[in-house]
Design a protein around this ligand. Sequence first.
Ligand code: C5J
Length: 233
Amino acid sequence: MISISATPYDYELPEPGKFALVIIDMQRDFLEPSGFGAVLGNDVSRLQAIVPTLEQLLAAFRSLKLPVIHTLECHQPDLSDCPPAKIKRGHGSLKIGDRGPMGRILIKGEPGNAIIPELEPLPDEIVIYKPGKGAFYSTELEAILQEKGITHLLITGVTTEVCVQTTMREANDRGYECLMIEDATESYFPEFKHVALAMITAQGGIIGWTTTANHVLQALAKLPLGRAGFANN
Ligand code: C5J
C-alpha cells in the first residue's frame, strides 16, 4: 500500500484500478473570461490558475492508464431535469437556460457547457452529466464506481465549496475514501476555499483528507508500472 502525505493524516492509496481521479465541472462557462461565471462578476483567473496542475495530474493518470472521471453541471434543453427553484435562484440578469455569451447557460451540448480544451476527456474516460451540485445526485456515478470496484476518489475541480465539496460529502456518506487535492480545486472566493478545506479535515477527517498535487504525483511515481494499466471502461 502506498501512503500519500495528507491532512489530517496519511491517506492510503489502494491498488491501481480501485482509485480514480475525479475532475469536477471544469467547463468553459465557469472558467473563460467571456463565460457565465465572468458575466456574474466573478474573477475567473482564480479558477484558470489550477489548469496547469490539473493537466499534470491528468497526464499522470493517463500515462498509468488509471481511471479518470469528469463531471459537467448541465441540464436538458427543455429544463425538465432542473427544479424551478434552481432556475429562479439569484435574481441575476441571466438564468439557467437563457442565452449567454457562449450559448444557453448550463444546457448540455452548448459551447459554454463544454469542458475546457486543455482537459478535454478522452473517448474512454467517464463523463458524468449532473443536474445537481453533487455528482451522485440523479446520475449513474455510484453504479459505475460499484461496477468498476472503485473505492477511493481523488477529487479536484471547481468550485471548491459548491460542486466539489458537495460531491465529496455525497461520496463520504456512501463509504468512499475521499482525498481532495487542494491546489487542483479553486473557488471564486478564497475564504470559502480555505474554510471548505478546513471543514473536510476537521475532527480527524470528518469528510476525508486533503493533500497537494505534488504529493499525489510522488505517490503515483512509486506505483509499479506493471501493476497499473487499468482502462476506464
Ligand atoms: C456552481 C459548481 N458553483 N460547479 N457550480 O454553481 O461549483
